[in-house]
Design a protein around this ligand. Structure first.
Ligand code: ADP
Length: 634
């Protein structure tokens, strides 16, 4: 085994790798950017080397600095984690040139799978089933469009160099094609410095089912079963599980064997994941192979009882695979929920800020929290806004899901916007409980997940009122107990001795007055006070509410209008309409780019833009007015 390895990554994955290395008696070297000087991974490693400024293009992505750090510290091997340099063939070559072992596949395998189009050609030759599509070299827009027209809509445009859902656009009709191609190419160029596109049939309601494979240098290959990663927003995974719900054994075996065929076709070694789309008839199609450890690998570890990072280290230093296919078994069920600093109510825009309170649920044999941050840390604009991965396990899916919702309701984060409430709503939605998932799940269950239906509001409003009242009474009692004048009117539990006849709350977008005496008892509800109000976890989902002044004549059912302010710091990419021209509600008015993702500002109603305050290329602050909009009066 190695004596010392360097981890060319940051955050939770760096910490996770350090944990296994330590357990195996392998010393670790961390690298860090200026922004990460005090980060958890730096504290955990045996040694740490500074490799540059905050921007990853000047630190975590600079291969030569990382190689130098390994040479200076005497590390024998480099673990790239995921993202950054993990699938970078050039970096892999640099390691080889300096006699450092790259803990990952051979260069040729990275190259073979590096382009989605080239990989598809290779897989077609190996007899692995593919989604019908065009992945040719001729990139003229007219030709790509012609291929799309021939296939029939909907189609999906993908960046050949893509990853993380970037540079991807679904196109539902020929009329939308040109604009979608432009946007996908722009995003691809921006993220990958490469705008080669492929187009394929957009399958409706498929599941994303991927197979974990492992190969060693002796020709052994196994699959560690599947993960279902169908629940996605912006084509990025949010909740993953293993095994896939309702997966028949025969299909599991077929997909496992197809994945091994894919890996063997490129002489694979180490940990890899073969991603498939699975349709409702049980047909599956190769999408791509990720030649690294995946974010969601913990669910596989939980059901297989194996440590995949340990396997990686063993295979990289020339040992055979620790297990044969026959020795591997599925035990129970696991979920992973990705806790992000982001705003689900605003198209999942990444959020930044300081983690003023960070209290994860207690870890146990059933609950695992992989994280790279501690309370007080900053989630900055420089890196991925993932705060943690919450992983749970139990003997079956129902029980594991119960663990997940329980753990989510215990997670306390304050200081920035997170997706915890959103994840809770997803996990408690009926079709998810039934295991009836597909890649359109979030879009197709918007109403249930965002809890804006009248029935949801009517259910939650009295609970919110009761919870606020209870909290207020508890607080008054507590301060009275600590006071030298316990009978002072300041401590009256009904605040100021006024009769508590009404309580005003704002729930989602509605403001409601409730009669205090009619509020229900609280059972099975968890309430957390936040900076902007209260978070309520109920058996029927998560609700955010705030207290308002009652009796101010606030109209019920007041829906806030669409905002034409910038949702975050970013750059204006294009103006989509001309000022003074009539537009329809929902038309795209302006495209902004932030964190390499494009965000569209849409018309809140029929009307017209009277003035744009910014031009393409301008930097705008989050919250800045972007344009003046006049709604139609008829
Ligand atoms: P990336 O590498 O950017 O993550 P993938 O090719 O892995 O992109 O696709 C990401 C997700 O996009 C898939 O999990 C699936 O939900 C969706 N997707 C990809 N290809 C198709 C397709 N042909 N039809 C329907 N959905 C697709």
């Amino acid at each position: 085994m190695f004596n010392k390895i360097l981890i060319a990554n940051r955050g939770e994955i760096a910490c996770r790798i350090i944990n296994t290395a330590r357990a195996m008696g392998v010393a670790t070297v961390a690298v860090y950017s200026e922004a990460d000087r005090n980060a958890l991974h730096v504290q955990m490693a045996d040694e740490a080397i500074h490799i540059g400024p905050a921007a990853s293009s000047e630190s975590y992505l600079v291969g030569s600095n990382i190689i130098q750090a390994a040479l200076d510290t005497g590390a024998e091997a480099i673990h790239p984690g995921y993202g950054f340099l993990s699938e970078n063939a050039h970096f892999c070559g640099q390691c080889e040139a300096h006699n450092l072992i790259f803990i990952g596949p051979p260069i040729e395998a990275i190259v073979a799978m590096g382009s989605k189009s080239a990989a598809k050609k290779l897989m077609a030759d190996a007899g692995v089933p593919l989604v019908p599509g065009y992945h040719g070299d001729d990139q003229s827009p007219a030709l790509i469009k012609q291929a799309a027209n021939k296939m029939g809509y909907p189609v999906l445009l993908k960046a050949a160099a893509g990853g993380g859902g970037k540079g991807m656009r679904a196109v539902h009709a020929e009329a939308e094609f040109d604009e979608a191609l432009d946007a996908a190419k722009r995003e691809a160029l921006n993220s990958f410095n490469d705008d080669i596109m492929l187009v394929e049939k957009y399958l409706l309601h498929p599941r994303h089912v991927e197979i974990q494979v492992f190969c060693d240098s002796y020709g052994n290959a196994v699959y560690l079963f599947e993960r279902d990663c169908s629940v996605q927003r912006r084509h990025q995974k949010v909740i993953e599980e293993a095994p896939a719900p309702g997966m028949p054994d025969t299909l599991r075996k077929q997909m496992g064997e197809a994945a091994i065929k894919a890996a063997e076709a490129i002489n694979y070694q180490g940990a890899g994941t073969v991603e498939f789309l699975l349709d409702s008839r049980g047909d599956f199609f190769f999408m791509e192979m990720n030649t690294r450890l995946q974010v969601e690998h913990p669910v596989t570890e939980m059901i297989s009882g194996q440590d995949l990072v340990e396997w990686q280290l063993r295979v990289a230093c020339g040992e055979p695979l620790p297990c044969s296919q026959e020795q591997l078994q599925i035990n129970g069920h696991a979920f992973e929920a990705r806790i992000y600093a982001e705003d689900p109510e605003h198209d999942f825009l990444p959020a930044t800020g300081r983690l003023k309170i960070l209290q994860p649920p207690l870890e146990s044999a059933n609950v695992r929290v992989d994280t790279g941050v501690t309370e007080g840390d900053e989630v900055s604009i420089y890196y991925d806004p993932m705060i943690a991965k919450l992983v749970v396990w139990d003997i079956d899916r129902d029980r594991a899901l119960q663990r997940l919702t329980q753990a989510l309701s215990e997670y306390r984060i304050a200081g920035l916007t997170t997706n915890i409430g959103f994840l809770y709503n997803l996990a408690t939605s009926q079709a998810f409980k039934d295991g009836d998932v597909d890649t359109g799940y979030i879009d197709n269950h918007q109403q249930e997940i965002f809890r804006q239906r009248d029935a949801d509001i009517n259910y939650a409003a009295p609970l919110a009122g009761a919870a606020i009242l209870t909290l207020r009474r508890q607080r008054a009692l507590a301060s009275a107990n600590h006071s030298s004048e316990p009978n002072s009117p300041w401590h009256l539990t009904n605040s100021w001795g006024l009769p508590e006849t009404k309580i005003g709350i704002k729930l989602q977008t509605k403001e409601i007055n409730l009669a205090a005496e009619a509020l229900p008892d609280l059972s099975n509800i968890s309430i957390v006070e936040t900076q902007s109000g209260f978070d309520l976890f109920t058996p029927k989902g998560f609700f955010h509410c705030a207290e308002t002044q009652p009796d101010l004549g606030l109209a019920n059912d007041k829906i806030s209008g669409g905002s034409l302010r910038a949702p975050m710091h970013g750059t204006v990419v294009t103006l989509q309409v001309e000022a003074g021209v009539q537009v329809k509600k929902g038309d795209s008015l302006l495209v902004m780019e932030a964190m390499k993702m494009e965000h569209c500002i849409e018309a809140p109603s029929d009307g017209l833009v009277t003035e744009f305050y910014f031009q393409p290329g301008d930097l705008v602050d989050g919250g800045a007015e972007l344009l003046a909009f006049e709604g139609s009066t008829e």
